[in-house]
Design a protein around this ligand. Sequence first.
Ligand SMILES: N[C@@H](CCC(=O)N[C@@H](CS)C(=O)NCC(=O)O)C(=O)O
Length: 255
Amino acid sequence: MGIVTPTNKEVLDFEGLHLYHAGISNCAMRVRIALEEKGLAWTSHHLDILQKEHLTPEYFGINPKGLVPTLVDDGVVIVESDDIIDHIDKKFPSPPLRPTSEEGQEQMYEWMKLAVNNHITAVKPYIYYHKVQKFMRKTEEEQSEYEKLQSDQDLKKFHTKNSSGGGFTLEEVAQAEKILTDCFVKAERALKDQDWLVEDQFSLADIAWVPLHFTLIRAEFSFDEYPEINAWAERITKRESFKKAVLDWWPGFGG
Ligand SMILES: N[C@@H](CCC(=O)N[C@@H](CS)C(=O)NCC(=O)O)C(=O)O
């Protein structure tokens, strides 16, 4: 989606980099890692999504889907984590977070799209089922407010499902696990002969995927069969950016 025109005009006057984010959000982790890799100063607008702090008309006026992260860069509002980290790397090219070759960049974008496109079909149901379903469940009143604010049909459907009856079923979670497994098998293969997902460059592809390893492993997803992925995650954990962007903000699942 990239740049959006906010109906909440308050943000238009913001100077510098402002990030709406949540400690627990793997999508927001991507943006924080990119910002820290570049050594950029940014202003935090933290929203506790387990406490539903993002479900307000004010925030929907900034991010039309009511999701984190949102970056406001000198009054320009950018949504979707892959578009945000791409924007950061293009505007602040040093140090580079992309391979130099055209082919490498195409591969990097493919990995980023794969991460983002699987969010609502696999990552979200898996993590909700194992960890956050009970916190994110809405009362009837909250659900009716949400329906008024949310115009995205997939998100409406997702949250109706989460809030009704037993939430996600074992079958739905098995389907999510299968999608994730296909992705991690591909990543394990890519990491056999190289340190990073694309060529020999730590890139936006790694930044898009490492938060998924971090959160899924804490949501009972087993990485026992992925030694290369575990070694790759270990390499990233040693970076200062990871400590500042992920560990220092991580509240743990549990409300
Ligand atoms: N495609 C979006 C997905 C953003 C997203 O789903 N964010 C989650 C946290 S990782 C969120 O805000 N969840 C709250 C909700 O669904 O109400 C992106 O990559 O930025």
